[in-house]
Ligand binder design. Structure first.
Ligand code: ADP
Ligand code: ASP
Ligand code: MG
Length: 408
């Protein structure tokens, strides 16, 4: 007997026929003698619609109520899927995060899971029942409802798989696995049969929204095997697991584009020790996540510092920089929301050179200007104009012949 966590995304639960189909999958695994924990997302576009409703009321909805509002979508799915299981003769119960003790910090809309109490779900499993958990949500120490950031049901699923030492965490979605690039943008993208936690982590934080990056962090930390697969077919999906030596044979595993970032520059900053720490400290105090950081070579004792932040954090970042400008005597603050970040990822980059050159050349040949560059051991990213985002992804995909090398 195994223990399997199955997570169903929004498209996989879009209407009653989809919900019944998901229930059938759950029941099959249970009837084969396994224990199953199910995690669900909100149906279809529900989360977007709930956010839109809030912003119809006010430009500045309180984050506590926003979380309480958007978390309802998952609750609806959990109840409907549980009813579908009942209708098939299975024992099952729906749970909110509060009912099963998913404790998070209090950072509304981007909370982190701190602890999961295994007691209640453990009891359910022992009794042979199927718990169906509302994903994406948690509760803080004051019992406020929190959410884990967009795509957060993936993280609920992997965290539960870690706590219960599941044999596998299956992520059911609307594509057949993790592809070399978003298959909705690059028609030639190929499904990967396997990739490492580190590669998935870099892809997820570079815009491959098929898995939330925090889910991958959990999976890596607790060594949870994750399979991403389609809820519409029985094809085997993509396994994400620990790195094995042969993975290094492939230099670039995939490419991704992130369209939800913005760039902010503080110009004419006095170039003296401690300034970068001061700037970054002010940003961190506001709990804003920074992605790239570039400081220019100084001229006449002055320098420019540019950061990229989540687009949703730009307004706050501008306020922080304007305040800082006055305090440190900088010359000005500029920002640009119309950027995109294109990245290539692969563990093989550690042992192969020439990846950056090939990427820059491909972008240059397509007439795409690079505004910023950052690298890690297994990733190269370039900030470009938003208008060229999809073209850049296709161009880079082609340059590395990802349509050929993919599925090994
Ligand atoms: P769910 O609602 O099931 O969680 P998501 O929309 O969050 O689904 O994630 C699936 C989507 O991720 C796909 O429809 C696809 O457009 C997008 N995606 C982006 N990058 C990739 C990639 N490299 N491989 C597969 N899908 C990707
Ligand atoms: N429903 C949430 C969202 O749309 C969480 C998820 O889908 O994982 O972001
Ligand atoms: Mg998702």
């Amino acid at each position: 007997m195994g223990l399997i966590v199955q997570k169903f995304g929004g498209t996989s639960l879009a209407d009653s026929s989809h919900i019944k189909r998901a229930a059938k999958r759950v029941a099959e695994v249970k009837r084969a003698g396994n224990q199953v924990i199910v995690v669900v997302s909100a149906r279809g576009q529900t989360t977007d619609e709930l956010y839109a409703l809030a912003y119809e009321i006010t430009d500045n909805p309180s984050s506590r109520e926003l979380d309480m509002l958007v978390s309802t979508g998952e609750q609806v799915s959990a109840c409907l899927l549980t009813m579908a299981l009942h209708a098939m003769g299975e024992e099952a119960s729906a749970f909110t995060a509060g009912q099963i003790g998913i404790l998070t910090d209090s950072r509304h809309t981007k909370a982190k899971i701190m602890r999961i109490d295994p007691q209640r779900l453990g009891q359910e499993l022992e009794q042979g029942s199927i718990p169906v958990v509302a994903g994406f949500q948690g509760v803080d120490e004051q019992d406020n409802i929190t959410t884990l950031g967009r795509g957060g049901s993936d993280t609920t699923a992997v965290a539960l798989a870690a706590v219960f030492k599941a044999d596998i965490c299956e992520i059911y979605t609307d594509v057949e696995g993790v592809y070399t690039s978003d298959p909705r943008i690059v028609a030639e993208a190929r499904k990967l049969s396997v990739l490492s936690y580190d590669e998935m982590l870099e892809l997820a934080s570079s815009g491959a929204s098929v898995l939330q990056h925090r889910a991958v962090e959990f999976a890596k930390k607790y060594n949870v095997p994750v399979m991403v697969r389609s809820s519409f077919s029985d094809f085997p999906g993509t396994i994400i697991s620990e790195e094995v030596r042969t993975m290094e044979d492939v230099v670039v595993r995939g490419a991704a584009v992130e369209k939800n970032e913005a760039k902010i520059t503080i110009r004419g900053v006095p170039d003296r020790p401690g300034i970068a720490a001061r700037i970054l400290g002010s940003v961190a105090e506001q709990d804003l996540n920074i992605d790239m950081i570039v400081q220019n070579i100084s001229a006449e004792g002055l320098t420019d510092v540019t950061l990229t932040v989540a687009r949703s954090d730009l307004k706050e970042a501008i306020e922080v920089f304007e305040k800082l400008k006055k305090e440190i005597g900088a010359r000005g603050v500029e920002s640009d929301e119309h950027i995109a970040k294109i990245s290539v990822v692969g563990v093989g980059m550690r042992t192969h050179s020439g990846v950056a050159t090939k990427m820059f050349q491909a972008l240059a040949e397509a007439g795409i200007n690079i505004q910023m560059i950052s690298t890690s051991e297994i990733k190269i990213s370039c900030v470009i104009d938003e208008k060229s985002a999809d073209e850049a992804l296709r161009v880079v995909h082609k340059a590395f012949e990802l349509e050929k090398a993919a599925t090994k």
